[in-house]
Design a protein around this ligand. Sequence first.
Ligand code: 8NA
Length: 342
Amino acid sequence: MQVMALQISRIAARASVCVLSRIAFQAAANSPACARRGVNIACARPRRFSGSPASSGWRGVPVLTRCRSVAVLLGTVGVSAAAAAVLSSSAVCAMAARPPLNFDSDKSDWKEAKNKLLSMSLEERRKIYKTDYISLDQVPVWKHSGTTSAKPFYKANDELNQKISLFRGDITKLEIDAIANAANKTLLGGGGVDGAIHRGAGPLLRKECSTLGGCETGEAKITGAYCLPAKHVIHTVGPIAHGSVGETERQALRDCYNNCLHTATKNQLRTVAFPCISTGVYGYPPEQAVEVALKTVREYLEDNSAQLDRVIFCVFLKSDENLYNSQLPAYFPKDEFLKSKL
Ligand SMILES: NC(=O)c1ccc[n+]([C@H]2O[C@H](COP(=O)([O-])OP(=O)(O)OC[C@H]3O[C@@H](n4cnc5c(N)ncnc54)[C@H](O)[C@@H]3O)[C@@H](O)[C@H]2O)c1
């Protein structure tokens, strides 16, 4: 913003100097005094020759008055040029005096910080992370272990199988386009994965979240990720099940995965990671949640595979890792797996 102000002030200063000096010289050029001396002033607008140069000029105006008006004009030019110089130099000083943007302070402007981070190169961003990071090439594509009892629900599709990963670890370390957050309706942070994401991102995440007006169950809202290795956080609110799950809870959990994927592709994001939404404090039984998660992601990829490169199921608990390993072959079967079943 300062740069723009600086440029505008410079342009305005130059324009005023040019206009005023042109008027001043024009006045001087037309004065009979110049005509007598045969002075040819370059900036006077060339006119088609129509008789002697003295034929026009300030006929009937006293010489002293003419000199005074030219002096006033030139003085104005001088003053405006000086004012422009002062303005532009003070703007430059103001910019130079500004401390560097602190991405981990709630005193910083979250919009400015978010835009700055999104414009940075990967190397520059890596200096901002508050945590160590795991790049995408360190997250392998899921591979069948070969032994499973799960009956396949879909045809084998190797293109889709190449877009799925199962990763056990801390979602806040993943250096990808977006991580999903199992938030609550306030979007102002809490505990579990929500708390970890807010701690890793720093206070500007909460600052941006506070402008979103909360989030309904099943909805998804996107923000920057600030000091996290991910570029964005997609916040979603899972259903509170507390052990019992009906169609309402199933549909709400489906909506969480669908709306997060839709938010990602709408923002041209191609790599997304999900925690096990609702299976912690919200009490959704993990063995039921895994089926909703895999089915929803499979069906979204059937229709939108060109828009996504990787969907990572980021589990935290060993029990969840075992669940996903046992269920993945049914939702993402592979050819030789099917042949062996026939
Ligand atoms: N778990 C807590 O102690 C606690 C306390 C208050 C609020 N919350 C949060 O819980 C509510 C949402 O419940 P929820 O069951 O959807 O979420 P959750 O309680 O965070 O659990 C969701 C899943 O995320 C897993 N998880 C936890 N930390 C990480 C991590 N760093 N990386 C990857 N996965 C992780 C966790 O094991 C569980 O499988 C929200 O209010 C939110 O603020 C959690």
